[in-house]
Design a protein around this ligand. Structure first.
Ligand code: AMP
Length: 282
């Protein structure tokens, strides 16, 4: 595995790969099985695999966890090496956003819903860095996790709207045995909070059960999911928990065809998100 820190050098490396397919996995590091499942899929489907690790300052709000975001470069490099990654792209913030940087990508509408309503500017930061990374890595396929469903939807939209010549692949959410979706932010949880955290998944399962029973009214599903979340004393603010149209991320009056069950809630000081996509609704 070759580690590259400079965008121009990364661009030159992929230019030399002419004709060979490139699978790209953008991450913020502190890699866990969720990330590694994306890397394995990229490895199986492409000639070359590029992984980036970049804690993107542009997608963090002023009161968010940029400074204390978990970092484990040594461990990450070992894991990527074992999966036979070809290139690790490791840019510096000053390299990505030099003085005078003033070009941003905004995917309107979708970026304001769900997480966007509580993290203003977050998806503008995500779309901007992802487009930059695509321009640097020139991937054939880019791999994202369903865990961040809204992010994958926004990236797909951007790729379509800007005619980017690549395929977006969304991989299933990897969970701990007790249902908790794997996340670098799970490292923030105290042992007691960690035991409480699967409540998000339980709320999603409650929503799924209601859908499968024939419930089609989002406000009913919202009530059930909130009830489950409130049953756990360590749950703080619930930012959203309901059933949404998976294309618009809005609560429709009646669910049809498919539904996105999605939740964002605090366990102590840690904000966690999770979702389930339910297809085939009659
Ligand atoms: P992050 O490092 O949090 O920016 O995540 C990098 C990529 O890994 C994103 O596409 C995430 O959706 C994906 N990812 C994170 N956690 C999981 C998980 N538990 N299962 C599958 N993909 C994940």
């Amino acid at each position: 595995m070759e580690t590259i820190r400079i965008a121009r050098v990364m661009q030159d490396a992929v230019l030399k790969a002419r004709g060979r397919s490139i699978g790209f996995v953008p991450t913020m590091g502190a890699l866990h099985e969720g990330h590694l499942s994306l890397v394995r899929t990229a490895r199986a489907e492409n000639d070359l695999v590029v992984v980036s690790i970049f804690v993107n300052p542009l997608q963090f709000g002023p009161s968010e966890d940029l400074q204390r975001y978990p970092r484990d470069l040594e461990g990450d490099m070992e894991k990527l090496q074992a999966l036979e990654v070809d290139y690790l792209f490791l840019p510096e913030p000053e390299g990505m956003y030099p003085q005078g940087f003033c070009t941003f990508v905004e995917v309107q509408g979708l970026s304001e819903r769900l997480c966007g309503a509580f993290r203003p500017g977050h998806f503008r930061g995500v779309a901007t860095v992802v487009l930059k990374l695509f321009e640097i890595v020139q991937p054939t396929r880019a791999y994202f996790g369903q865990k961040d469903y809204q992010q994958s939807l926004i990236v797909r939209r951007m790729v379509e709207d800007l005619n980017l010549p690549l395929q977006v692949v969304v991989c299933p959410t990897v969970r701990e045995p007790d249902g908790l979706a794997m996340s670098s932010r799970n490292l923030y949880l105290s042992p007691q909070e960690r035991r409480a955290a699967p409540i998000l998944y339980k709320a999603l399962l409650k929503g799924q059960e209601a859908l499968l029973r024939g419930q089609r009214q989002p406000h009913r599903i919202r009530e059930l999911m909130h009830q489950v979340l409130r049953s756990e004393p360590l749950v703080g603010e619930v930012q959203y928990a309901s059933a949404y149209d998976p294309y618009t991320l809005e609560e429709p009056p009646v669910l049809r065809g498919s539904a996105l069950l999605a939740v964002a809630a605090f366990i102590g000081r840690t904000r966690l998100i999770d979702n389930l996509l339910i297809d085939g609704l009659k």
